[in-house]
Design a protein around this ligand. Structure first.
Ligand code: RAM
Length: 349
């Protein structure tokens, strides 16, 4: 774990408080009222819109609230809009509207790396800066991608957790993913396959990958179908907060509870009951509020001319400190964090 981990722990522990009190601006880069930018401060009055994969997902409620706190710190105008279903092209009409409204920064988690590119590039031609966060587009369609953790790190922790949960005898495992086009889940699945090819995981065999489309009911039904189809299944990895919560709910009410192991990427509030009842031993995630907060600051820095997306550029992200733009116009939040029975009570998001 990196030096950022204790910070994540501390941040997450106070996340509810921070969100409830709408973090004040004591160490923000605000205070400027003019056009700003050249002196390294974010311009005030920037219109910053968050466009999640879907709006009715607690993960995005948390991330976007983190963005709102940041936008308020630098005295911008925050908004959130988006589809209720995470389908590939569902975000296009929202992007067009935001562009017509002369939004300065669109912060988007992409349902598909290609499908929204045309709309995003039109918005950019009209003057908007585009920041992807959580799930990227093709790099040519955005100015910056705010990555929650490396795909390799996210893959490694999930393989490690399922391996530990199943034990040394190993067995068949399956993946319950989000939508088939999701850039983020697809990158993580590829890296999980690479990880599984290592000798230490030779006893784990990936037998199926299914998609719950980040819909609770579909994820629940897909879990049920997976278990019917693979009677020897020993574990499920669900790299989506919607999927892992639905799978946990199914398992906890079934005869598979404690026999078929489950891990993945979940929010503590959605997973707490299933950790307590023994359905899930451990799962991982980052702090979604920090991810949204960082994305908002990055958007503000872009729209103020502080950064352009070039490797090596630096910008300040309020309480999270200074970040550096990496390769392919990407900024990294930190490492994933593991939640289990010993720490889950400390988190509220
Ligand atoms: C779901 C979404 C999101 C992903 C998390 C882990 O909420 O698919 O994109 O990052 O899970």
């Amino acid at each position: 774990m990196s030096a950022r981990t204790p910070r994540l722990l501390a941040m997450a522990a106070v996340a509810a408080l921070a969100l409830a009190t709408t973090a004040c601006a004591e160490d923000a880069t605000n205070g400027n009222t003019g056009p700003g930018g050249s002196d390294g401060t974010i311009k005030s009055g920037l219109k910053i819109a968050f466009l999640p994969k879907q709006v009715n997902n607690p993960y995005f409620t948390t991330s976007d609230n983190g963005g709102k706190a940041a936008v308020e710190e630098f005295k911008g105008v925050y908004s959130e809009t988006g589809p209720s279903e995470a389908s590939p092209s569902a975000q296009v009409s929202y992007i067009n509207t935001l562009s017509q409204q002369k939004t300065d920064v669109i912060v988007v988690s992409a349902n598909d790396k290609d499908a929204i590119c045309g709309a995003l590039n039109e918005a950019r031609q009209s003057g908007a800066k585009v920041v992807t966060f959580d799930s990227d587009t093709k790099p040519s369609c955005r100015d910056l991608f705010i990555n929650q953790a490396t795909a390799e790190g996210i893959a490694k922790i999930q393989i490690k957790l399922i391996s530990e949960a199943i034990g040394p005898d190993g067995g068949d495992i399956a993946i319950l993913s989000a939508t088939a086009n999701a850039t983020n889940q697809n990158a993580w699945i590829e890296m999980m396959k690479t990880e599984l090819a290592k000798p230490e995981f030779a006893k784990l065999k990936l037998v199926d990958t299914v998609y719950g489309d980040d819909q609770d009911q579909k994820s629940f039904t897909e879990t049920q179908a997976l278990l019917a189809k693979h009677p020897n299944l020993k574990g499920i990895i669900s790299p989506t907060t919607v999927g892992v919560a639905a799978a946990a709910r199914y398992l906890s009410g079934s005869t598979y509870k404690g026999k078929v192991q489950l891990t993945g990427l979940g929010t503590p509030n959605q997973m707490r009951a299933f950790v307590k009842d023994g359905t899930v031993k451990a799962f991982a995630l980052w702090n979604p509020a920090d991810l949204g907060y960082l994305a908002a600051y990055a958007g503000g820095a872009l729209a103020s001319g502080i950064i352009t997306g070039k490797e090596g550029e630096k910008f300040k992200a309020g309480k999270l400190g200074e970040f550096t733009v990496g390769k392919d116009a990407t900024v990294l939040l930190g490492d994933p964090f593991t939640f289990n029975a010993s720490n889950i009570e400390q988190f509220n998001f």
